[in-house]
Design a binder for this molecule. Structure first.
Ligand code: GLA
Length: 497
């Protein structure tokens, strides 16, 4: 029954989608009005370098920031605010754009804190792709054990996230949510205590409607009671889905805000993951609704290219194509979520293998991991850790790539070149280094020469291949790479004096 409900809700939500928006979820405002197409509310860690990039809907507009707080300055050539602030608190400044006699000014907010919930993207393991409804106390405990014994926890993967289907059939007589005691005989509190005892954090799942995507009870109308129970159980994270909820953006904003306020009212810190699949452009509002990350697409599938993004399935290529338009909408404490990685699944997942997704090669898994690091998106492992092999472990524990994902500047890589199946992504890093990824989307191996001048890099650099973990000499004019089909090379370059 649950499966049927899920299928119906899903089919309906797909049917309701406007086809054009699904393929290119970026804003298309009238070119006559000036609009800022970027974040204007920011978070920063105390005494940590800040970059706020700005753009409008016309690249020729003149942009300028004014009334900047002490420690920040405007970099006109890069159209970005830079610096660092040595004091916690809420700050404001203004950003102005001008075009042919027209001018708009917008207030920007900046919260500087020494304890943001997600200064860098979340890293962990999520139950959905592999276990779907077959979660249990036993297999979740095993995941916690394996995160520790494989070294993944120490590499940074420290959240264990329980997705849908943890629920009993009904709430209790007072409306409190109950766990399914057949799956979790010792109760949620005991499981969360176990997860915590392993030096890990724990996450739970619900939905902003009467039912979850899998047909379990949702939280609409029960937000306070649910948040309180999640807090009492000890959870640190909530993924909040949107199946069965109205299509419009205003309702989504309200429902997410209501839940985030309920979580805050418990007095416990929660990471709040918004999951409405990018349909209502959450990058424009989700941080204000209390989110720390928001899904930008429908569910990831264990395949490189799922063909057209049809509103329900997303191969790696489809996720890349969505993420590549969203780099102006990410920063510390607010990240675009490209969904769980399929690394290590090898076609053995349940939902991740629906609709013919048969798994990927290790090169493709490596590319997914490398690009998810470049995109500063949450890094969520989703396979059965008891099946981990050496190739997968090597991919997931590459500390140099993880450092790119966890870089405290919080930038999402921007696409600076795209031609004949080659794409180049740049990500500025806190210490002044730059990460460069070159992706070969073609089905054949090819040589690629990247002229630094073409991407506005004018210095000499020390270069390191951080996938191969080897120094690659000095880079001054051209970066030459021989790139396999579906491979992404990733380099870290450091300017030489
Ligand atoms: C939706 C979400 C998935 C998963 C399922 C659970 O499809 O996008 O990530 O949480 O619901 O039913």
């Amino acid at each position: 029954m649950k499966t049927i409900t899920y299928a119906l809700i899903f089919a309906l939500s797909i049917w309701l989608l406007p086809a054009k928006e699904m393929q290119h979820p970026v804003e298309t405002q009238s070119q006559n009005n000036i609009t800022f197409n970027c974040l204007t509310n920011h978070y920063a860690l105390l005494s940590t370098r800040i970059v706020h990039r700005y753009r409008t809907n016309n690249k020729n507009d003149k942009i300028r920031a004014t009334k900047l707080p002490k420690g920040l300055r405007w970099n006109a050539s890069k159209k970005q605010v830079e610096g660092k602030i040595e004091q916690t608190g809420n700050f404001t400044y203004q950003i102005t754009a001008q075009r042919a006699g027209k001018k708009i000014t917008k207030d920007v907010t900046l919260k500087v804190s020494d304890n943001l919930i997600s200064p860098t993207p979340l890293m962990g393991w999520m139950s959905w792709n592999i276990f779907q409804d077959k979660i249990s106390e036993q297999n979740i405990k095993k995941v916690a054990d394996l995160l520790v014994s494989t070294g993944l926890r120490d590499a940074g993967f420290d959240y264990v996230l329980i997705d849908d289907h943890w629920h009993a059939n009904l709430r209790d007589a007072d409306g409190k949510p109950l766990e399914d005691l057949r799956k979790f005989p010792s109760g949620m509190k005991s499981l969360v205590d176990y997860i915590h005892s392993k030096g890990l954090k724990a996450g739970i799942y619900s939905d902003a409607a009467p039912q979850t995507c899998g047909g379990e009870f949702g939280s609409l109308g029960y937000e306070s009671i649910d948040a309180q129970q999640y807090a009492e159980w000890g959870f640190d994270f909530l993924k909040y889905d949107y199946c069965g909820a109205p299509n419009n953006m205003e309702t989504a904003k309200e429902r997410y805000k209501t839940m985030s306020e309920a979580l805050n009212a418990t007095g416990k810190n929660f990471y709040f993951n918004i999951c409405e699949w990018g349909e209502r452009k959450p990058w424009l509002w989700a941080a204000n609704a209390g989110g720390h990350s928001w899904r930008v697409s429908f569910d990831s599938r264990d395949t490189w290219d799922h063909g057209k993004y049809d509103g329900s399935h997303c191969g790696v290529i489809q996720s890349i194509d969505i993420m590549k338009n969203l780099d102006y909408y990410a920063g510390p404490n607010q990240f675009n979520d490209a969904d769980m990685m399929c690394v290590g699944l090898y076609g053995k997942g349940k939902p991740s293998s629906a609709s013919g997704a048969r798994g990927m090669t290790d090169t493709e898994y490596q590319s997914q991991f490398s690009l998810w690091c470049m995109f500063a998106t949450p890094l969520l492992i989703s396979f059965d850790l008891s099946t981990i092999n050496k190739a997968t472990l090597d991919i997931l524990t590459n500390g140099e790539l993880i450092a790119i994902n966890q870089d405290r500047l919080g930038q999402q890589a921007r696409c600076v070149y795209s031609h004949e199946g080659h794409e180049v992504y740049l990500k500025d890093l806190e210490n002044g280094d730059i990460a460069i990824a070159i992706l070969n989307r073609n089905n054949t191996k090819s040589d690629f020469n990247l002229k630094l001048a073409d991407i506005n890099l004018k210095s000499r650099y020390k270069i390191r291949d951080i996938v191969a973990k080897s120094d690659a000499g000095i880079l001054s004019k051209t970066l030459k790479a021989s790139i396999s089909s579906h491979e992404a090379k990733v380099y870290r370059i450091s300017k030489l004096k």
